[in-house]
Write a protein that binds this ligand. Structure first.
Ligand SMILES: [Ca+2]
Ligand SMILES: [Ca+2]
Ligand SMILES: [Ca+2]
Length: 355
């Protein structure tokens, strides 16, 4: 079996050598796309940010206004992407659906998001590279690049011992001159001795891009094949996107934020009182004073059955006093304001029947 695979691989390489002129796989749809000159960023992104910063809306939802185009390859092609190889690939860049791939006993392609993945043979007439990139404007508060990949390889028993690992790097480059700004991620197969065969399985990666907010960057996937046909492989990519990890931009990531869409009303208001108290972020990650009051009211109200007003109202007043204790301690309110809030809580018709 092993012998058969080796023979097949050698035949495969020979066929490539004979049949292929050196070609770059800048696909027709990509050259068309380059001419179209996608508008990154859309003109409204700054306005959205401006609105966010001054908004008194009850609910602030910060949507990322730009996104990687066709990051899941669901167009069925490389629209939005620039892909290239700089020498003869073992198997070129393709977008494909389920149950495809290079063969050689590898697991077939498995789209992880939708019905398509991007893939190639991660091998060829090295030293060579496979590249895929797209320029994107970065905004949001904790934007991160997220993607999925799977790498399978087999050095098979060729005469030569291959001593240099194949690598995948995900980089940030300057769209103006293609200069490397940062390597976000790197993966190495290991050499033939270390890892004669391998399969990473599907992996999900998330890398922070906060330092690139308000700039356009090149998201650049770089596969390096240092040696000449060192054994078949298959690399797949899917679901490449920018995710905003702090939806309401309050400095507390969604993963820790109990109020992912905080109430940023300018003033704290409840129970119909005109308190004149400015609503601020509290000591608790992601929580404004309004969030804490709103949550408390909702919690108290949820327990109201029409007969337990007294005890629930009393609990409400006590809990408001606990909240304001910390706000006062943290100098977010004055003693006078604390008294005003307490007296408002006492007078407020809470709980109430939600009819
Ligand atoms: Ca997909
Ligand atoms: Ca947040
Ligand atoms: Ca929040």
């Amino acid at each position: 079996m092993k012998h058969f695979k080796t023979m097949y691989y050698l035949l495969f390489i020979a066929a490539i050598m004979v049949s292929c002129e050196k070609e770059t796989t800048t696909l027709p749809e990509n050259s068309k796309l380059n001419e179209q000159n996608f508008n990154y960023p859309p003109t409204n992104s700054k306005e959205i940010l401006g609105k966010k910063m001054t908004s008194n809306n009850l609910l602030n939802i910060f949507e990322i206004s730009n996104q990687i185009y066709n990051g899941s390859f669901e167009s069925g092609d490389f629209s939005g992407w620039n892909v290239d190889v700089d020498s003869e690939p073992f198997y070129p860049w393709v977008v494909t659906g389920y149950e495809n791939g290079v063969g050689f006993g590898f697991e077939e392609t498995q789209p992880q998001d939708g019905n398509y993945v991007a893939m190639n043979g991660f091998d060829g007439s090295g030293p060579m590279t496979f590249t895929m990139y797209q320029d994107v404007y970065i905004d949001g508060c904790e934007p991160s690049l997220s993607w999925m990949d799977r790498i399978q390889w087999d050095y098979i028993n060729l005469e030569e011992q291959f001593s240099i690992s194949r690598t995948l790097e995900v980089q940030i480059r300057d769209p103006e001159n293609n200069n490397l700004l940062e390597t976000l991620y790197s993966f190495s197969t290991g050499d033939e001795n270390e890892n004669p065969t391998g399969d990473t399985g599907w992996q999900q990666h998330t890398v922070n891009l906060s330092s690139y907010v308000n700039s356009t960057v090149r998201i650049y996937f770089l596969e390096s094949i240092p040696q000449n046909f060192s054994g078949p492989a298959q690399i797949e990519f899917d679901d490449i996107k920018i995710v905003n990890l702090d939806s309401d931009c309050d400095g507390c990531p969604d993963s820790k934020d109990p109020y992912q869409y905080s109430d940023f009303s300018q003033y704290l208001e409840f129970g119909g009182c005109n308190l004149g108290v400015k609503n601020k972020l509290t000591r608790n990650c992601g929580a404004t004073m309004a969030d804490e009051i709103n949550a408390l009211i909702a919690e108290i109200n949820a327990q109201y059955n029409g007969d337990n007003y007294r005890e629930l109202h009393s609990e409400f007043v006590t809990r408001v006093a606990q909240l304001t204790y910390y706000w006062k301690l943290d100098r977010q309110i004055t003693s006078k304001q604390r008294t005003a809030i307490s007296s408002c809580a006492w007078r407020a018709n809470i709980p109430f029947l939600d009819l």
